[in-house]
Design a protein around this ligand. Sequence first.
Ligand SMILES: [Fe+2]
Length: 149
Amino acid sequence: MENSENIPQVHHAWNKTYMLDIPMIDNQHVKFFALFDKLQDLNQTDDSHEQILEVIKELEKYTNNHFATEEALMRKANAPDYELHVVQHQVFIAKIEDFKIAYSYNNAALLEQMTTFMRKWFLMHISEVDRKYVDPVKKYLNERNTGVA
Ligand SMILES: [Fe+2]
C-alpha cells in the first residue's frame, strides 16, 4: 500500500500542503515539480538546448496523461465542475505547446519565466481546482476498492 505521506524528494515550491491524499494523483503532481526542477537545473548548464527540448516534450506527454487520469476519475466519480476543470487543463496544454515552439527557436530567456508560470499554475490549480474533486473521487475509489461500486 502506498503511503501518501511519502514524498520521494522535496522539490522546489512543493510541500505537503499540496497533497490531496489520493496517492495516484499526488505522485503524478510530485513528478511535475521534479520536471520543473530538472528544466531549471539544465538551464544553468551550457549546450543544454536539446536536452531541455526533450524534457519539454516529456512534460507535454506527462501532462496529457495526468490530465486524462484526472478527467477519467472525475467522470467516474461525478465530480463537480467537470467542464470548467477540463477547460483549465486545455489552457495549460496550449501554453506548453506555445512554450515548446518558442523555445525551439532558441528563446532561452523564456525558460525561467515559463518554469515560474508552470509552478504557480500547478500550485494554484491543485489548491483551488483539483481540491474540488477530492471528496467524490476518494469516495469513488473507496467504494471501488471495497467492491461496493
Ligand atoms: Fe486538474
